[in-house]
Structures are given as C-alpha cells and as structure tokens.
Design a protein around this ligand. Structure first.
Ligand code: AMP
Ligand code: MG
Length: 416
C-alpha cells in the first residue's frame, strides 16, 4: 500500500481512515443550527401549488363582498310569507330579476318578489329567498307555498372570509384548495420561500451512462437517478448534474461553480487516494462533519463553501440514498421552509426476525412487510441497490441499541 500523500495538509485523511466519527445526532444538530429557510420570492398562482408561504395571507376583501342568494328562486320579505303553504299559496308580483353579476337595481316593496339565481346579489327591501320548488309562476306573479325565516337561503357578506382576516399562516405549504382560496381574495401572487437550487456532482472514473457502451469493468451510473427523484420530494430544484472524473481540478470547478444553494457530491467521499472531494471542501470551505457513526453511509460528509451547503454522499448506491435521506434531504427541506422531519409515511409492526446493530452506531435497515410482520431483507450490503427495491421501507436502529430482538414492535418508514 502506498503512503498517504499528506501534502494537502494535516486534515488529509486519505488512506488513514476516519480517526473518529461524528454521531448522527450531532450531524443533525449541525444541520439544524446552520440551515434556515431561504429568502422569499413572488410566485404567481399558477406556480404556487406546493410552495411554502413566506408570509401569511390576509384578505383584502370580504368574501362574499355582498349578500347573495344561495338558491335559485324568489327574493321576498320573509314576514310576507307567514302562513304560506301547499293549501295556502300566497301571490307576489314579480318586479324584476337578479342575476349573478347583474343585480336588481330597485327596491322591493310590499307584495313584490324578484326572481333570483344562485350567487346573485340580494335586492334592497328583501331578507329571504324562497327556493324555486316552492314557487309557481302565473302571468307576472308567483305563488309561494312555504314560509321562510329572515335570512333563509342568503349567504351573508364576509361569511366565507372577512376583510383583514389571516386565512393562511407563514410556513404553510399550499394545497390546491389554498391556492383557490387565495384566488378568491383577488390576489394574483404570493410570497413564497425560494426553492433550494441543487446541483449533483457525480464522480467516478468507472462510471458509464445508461444507454452507452460499457467497458468490461465499468458500472452504470445510478446514484444521480435516485437523487433526481428525492430532491423534488423535498422541494429542491435539481437544476444541474455534472459528471466528473476522479480529478481534483474538475471536481473543484464543479463544486465552486456559483448558482447552487446545495451541492451533492456522489462518490469519492471517503479516504481512498482518489477521494478528492473532502480535501477540496476543506481547502475552499469547511467540512465540520466527515465520517458519521452509521451504517451504511459512514463516509458521508457535511460542509459548506460560503453560503452553499455541501453533502458528500458515498458512492455505494444504498449509502448514497441513505446519506441523502438522513442529511441532505433534511437540509433541503429546512432551506425550503418545510417541516424538516422525515417525510415518509410510517407503519408499525412486529419484527419476525432480529435486526443486528452495534451500540454507538445508527443502522438503516431495509425491511419487507408481510401482513404486519417485518423482516430485514436478506442481502443488504451498501452496494446492493436491489435491497431497497425489494424492501417496503426501512427501520432505523438508534445508536444506543445493539439491535432489535425478534418480536419487537418497530416503526417502518415506507419508501414511496
Ligand atoms: P466511492 O464512494 O466513489 O468510493 O464508490 C463506492 C462504490 O460505489 C464503488 O463501487 C463505485 O463504483 C460505486 N459508485 C460510485 N458512484 C456511483 C454511481 N454514481 N452510481 C453507481 N455506483 C456508484
Ligand atoms: Mg469513486
């Protein structure tokens, strides 16, 4: 074995191994202490779905802005309907029509009614609407066969939203109906937390692109295709993918290129001679976390260059997925103003066979669920990507435990 080249400084861990590993808890603490929502930007309603509000929405208007009919029928004075019924139809003179957007302009007098449609403004002088099924029109007048109370079938001004009311709070992630409500207030845009721009830098001399000719000892590049599905889940925008050989200069250029809030580096994160990224980050930025007490993903790293967050994702595909999910995903959700906690749906169940771990290390164990019985997938090394496709989800074994015995009730985070 060749001696490590220590010319890059005292922190060069290449070929020496990690002296100590950061705990997962400390790595998460670093993220929480250093990563905050990005600034805000104006977003038009068409692009607002799923976005996180940077400031709350206060209504500038009453909705509805006028009393309106909730039924098709006739607007009348409720007091004049007293005693009306099937055996006592009461006649009213029809003096006009109120349509949505086209109110009846006059004032309704005694003995009069206005034909009215759902959503049309309530004319002056009336206080109730008789539904059409209780009204029979005969030559310019209408016979009413039901008694209505005051305000019956009238939607009152501001009953939906009152002017000045805060309808959605800052930090809320907009659902379709939220965007509709904002539109109903007449607002064309919202102030949303900017979505983090994420670049992935894929390193590895041995990698070939899917669809291309593969040399005998090359492997197809898969990590960026895992990441491409995870970043949008966390509200990041994967705007760029750069392929690098294991070459200092090209990796340096790829990570320092401006324009990214987050740079994910796949591969070359560990202590091999071709693992350039950790030293590069230390030289041009900081790498407070390198080596984490977990399995897989122990060669993961977290740092930054200026305001850009850097995540070293080990090249083994399961490690890459796991390191993303533990650290990068959380940071991206924090930048995006989202709830930073695990986004997966969970399912509880009983372990059919034991999960073995080690005290002092967090384990990410892929499991299958059958009728509520949970079983670790058999072949599950960090390089066995199919362990994640055969699995329904994963169980996290905390560092304080040396595993879970068969029969233990555990929580599975489901892959989606
Ligand atoms: P590294 O972290 O670069 O030492 O890589 C660890 C292992 O993961 C090696 O077997 C690599 O060939 C493999 N690997 C690295 N990058 C990728 C990738 N993008 N897709 C699939 N496998 C990879
Ligand atoms: Mg590599």
């Amino acid at each position: 074995m060749t001696q490590p080249d220590d010319s890059t400084g005292k922190h060069d861990v290449r070929m020496r191994g990690f002296r100590s590993r950061t705990s997962v808890e400390d790595a998460l603490r670093w993220i929480d202490a250093n990563v905050f929502p990005l600034n805000s930007e104006a977003v038009t309603l068409g692009d607002a779905h799923g976005r996180v509000l940077a400031s709350g929405i206060t209504s500038p208007i009453d909705v509805p802005a006028f009393d309106r009919s909730a039924m098709d029928g006739f607007a009348v004075k409720s007091a004049e309907t007293v005693g009306a019924g099937d055996y006592n139809p009461l006649p009213f003179r029809i003096v006009g029509v109120s349509m949505p957007g086209q109110p009846f302009e006059g004032v309704v007098e005694r003995g009069e009614a206005v034909r009215i449609m759902t959503g049309a403004p309530i004319p002056h002088g009336v206080d109730a609407v008789v539904p059409a099924e209780y009204a029979t029109v005969r030559e310019g007048s209408v016979e009413i066969t039901t008694t209505v109370a005051s305000l019956k079938h009238i939607g009152r001004t501001a009953e939906d939203v009152a002017a000045g009311a805060t309808v959605l709070a800052a930090g809320h992630r907009l659902r379709p109906q939220d965007v509709g409500l904002i539109a109903s207030l007449g607002l064309p845009a919202v102030s949303a937390v900017r979505q983090p721009r994420v670049r992935i830098v894929v390193t590895g001399n041995e990698l070939a692109e899917p669809g291309s000719e593969r040399g005998p000892f090359q492997i197809y590049e898969s990590n960026s295709h895992i990441i491409a599905g995870l970043v949008p889940r966390d509200d990041g925008v994967l705007f760029e993918r750069i392929r690098c050989q294991d070459d200092r200069e090209s990796i340096l250029a790829a990570v320092t290129n401006p324009g990214a809030d987050v740079v994910l580096i796949s591969g070359g994160s560990s202590v091999g001679t071709e693992d350039h990224a950790p030293n590069i980050i230390r030289e041009v930025g900081e790498l407070p976390i390198h080596g984490v007490a977990m399995r897989p993903s122990s060669p993961a790293g977290i740092g930054r260059i200026g305001a850009t967050l850097i995540f070293l994702l080990p090249g083994n595909p399961v490690s890459c997925l796991c390191a993303y999910d533990f650290f990068a995903g959380r940071a991206i959700r924090r930048l995006a103003g989202r709830n930073p906690d695990w986004p997966h749906r969970t399912e509880a169940g009983t372990l059919k066979s034991k999960i073995v771990s080690q005290v002092g290390r967090v384990d990410y164990c892929r499991v299958r669920i059958n009728d509520g019985r949970i079983e670790p997938v058999a072949l599950s090394g960090a390089s066995i990507l199919s362990s994640t496709t055969r699995a329904n989800g994963f169980v996290i074994v905390p560092s304080a435990l040396e595993g879970y015995a068969a029969g233990t009730e555990v929580e599975v985070r489901l892959y989606s």
